[in-house]
Write a protein that binds this ligand. Structure first.
Ligand code: ATP
Length: 435
């Protein structure tokens, strides 16, 4: 079997697989959808949790210098005035005078002519991407609050709380996973550009003189995590962002770009935020040992959960051909797969098989691994195809021989190879494969 990661219509294939197999759906779909929003189904949630857990394990639980935060999404508007977002978090917007469609001016080749109807485009104006809403019963200017456009500020505003509660020594970091909201002018490309998405961010506080050392260090950490989860590193490229393209708070930014089917674009970013945020929030750090007061500088590795998942899906999607039939499958690493193994009685109308499969195989595996599926729908070939598309690394079949020899058939997703394994040894067999 020749496996290939076919690029042809890859996005269409991924989007349709995600819907068909219950990973990702268009947001508010039964009412015609809401642009820039997506809803996650059972297997999508599992994949997302695996990504987030792996990130948290590496960058928080696996370290001694990191403090977790889960800040509120609604934040006082002062935070965003001080952070520079009210004044500067905007994209250049142009509107076509003829068809009224709106575009991001920096993404157009010609800012005078509408790319759709060829009509005349109006003046470029700055469009602030933050979602504002009103809090409480009074609708005056004082009641305006914003949904956070980045998780970072949720950490900066808790800098003092964290220092007072845990007394960390420099360098140390704060980490957060959570939703962010941006009123993107043109949401597009599936999970890539949404209006509601999720971020995983670290703010790493350092002494100013150490910034280059820690910038390089975090570049390495980010690369390591991408490899660990199974993003195809052959499609990842580093881009040194030019000064005029950097965010208002950054003195150096390196973007990790990914070769998506719609072009080479940002996956994750690493920024040197200097002391921009802490200084603006008037926050300081007292180094008791050195007897000095300083404003630490910040290195910020930032990851989008949704772009991580898109890159992972694009990296894992495979097709192969056997006897003229094309099979598609998601070649996830076992610890990332939404389902670790699927348990199947060969025939669903044979109570002795069903009972054995349920009591002796499914129940103990479910207890041990959690992400275990019961699949008795259709013939075995159909079940394999379905589990292949979900990315399930192992399918376990209970047949009539099992009742005699207490062994099951374990079929490998990638090679199609079938191995007979004793029921008693099944958990160990799967654990060894995962590790
Ligand atoms: P872009 O240039 O693509 O708009 P950005 O530079 O504005 O991205 P950052 O502000 O650095 O993005 O956000 C940090 C991370 O959050 C990005 O690396 C990306 O993974 C994710 N992200 C940003 N905007 C979106 C979005 N609209 N939809 C999904 N993920 C996003």
């Amino acid at each position: 079997m020749a496996e290939k990661n076919s690029e042809e219509n890859l996005m269409e294939k991924i989007v349709s697989l995600c819907k068909r197999r219950g990973f990702v759906f268009q947001g508010s779909e039964i009412y015609g959808g809401l642009a820039g929003t997506y809803d996650w189904g059972h297997f999508g949630v599992a994949l997302k949790n695996n990504i987030k857990n792996s990130w948290w394990k590496k960058f928080v639980d696996g370290r001694r210098d990191m403090y977790g935060v889960d800040a509120a999404i609604l934040m006082n508007s002062k935070v965003w005035e001080v952070s520079g977002h009210v004044a500067g978090f905007s994209d250049p917007l142009v509107e076509c005078e003829k068809c009224k469609k709106r575009f991001r001016a920096d993404q157009l080749e010609d800012v005078k002519k509408c790319p759709e109807c060829k009509g005349k485009l109006g003046e470029v104006r700055q469009f602030n991407m933050m979602f504002a809403t009103k809090i409480g019963a009074m609708e005056d200017s004082a009641s305006t609050v914003y949904l956070r456009p980045e998780t970072a500020q949720g950490m900066f505003v808790n800098f003092k709380n964290t220092v007072d509660a845990f007394h960390p020594k420099l360098p140390f970091g704060m980490a957060q996973i959570g939703k962010a909201f941006r009123n993107e002018i043109t949401p597009r490309d599936f999970l890539f550009r949404q209006r509601e998405f999720e971020q995983m961010e670290v703010e790493y506080f350092i002494r100013p003189a150490d910034w280059e050392k820690y910038f390089d260090y975090w570049k390495g950490e980010m690369t390591e995590w991408m490899e660990e989860v199974g993003i195809d590193m052959g499609k990842v490229h580093e881009l040194e962002v030019l000064p005029e393209d950097r965010a208002h708070y950054s003195k150096r930014t390196v973007d990790f770009e990914f070769d998506y089917p719609f072009g080479k674009k940002e996956l994750f970013g690493l920024a040197y935020r200097t002391d921009f945020d802490l200084k603006n929030h008037k926050l300081e750090y007292i180094d008791e040992e050195m007897g000095e007061k300083i404003t630490p500088h910040v290195i910020e590795p930032t990851f989008g959960v949704d772009r991580a998942i898109l890159a992972l899906l694009l990296s894992a999607y495979m097709e192969d051909e056997k006897d003229g039939e094309v099979r598609s499958y998601l070649k996830f690493k076992p610890n990332m797969a939404p389902v670790i193994c699927a348990v199947s009685p060969l025939l669903k109308n044979k109570p002795e098989l069903v009972e054995y499969a349920n009591n002796k195989v499914y129940a103990p595996l479910k207890m041990e691994f959690g992400r275990v599926a019961w699949d008795d729908n259709g013939n075995i070939g159909k079940r394999y195809r379905r589990q292949d598309e979900i990315g399930t690394p192992f399918c376990i079949v209970i047949d009539f021989d099992t009742l005699m020899d207490h062994a099951v058939t374990v079929r490998d997703r990638d090679t199609g190879e079938q191995t007979r394994v004793k029921v008693d040894e099944l958990q160990k067999y799967i654990k060894d494969k995962i590790n």
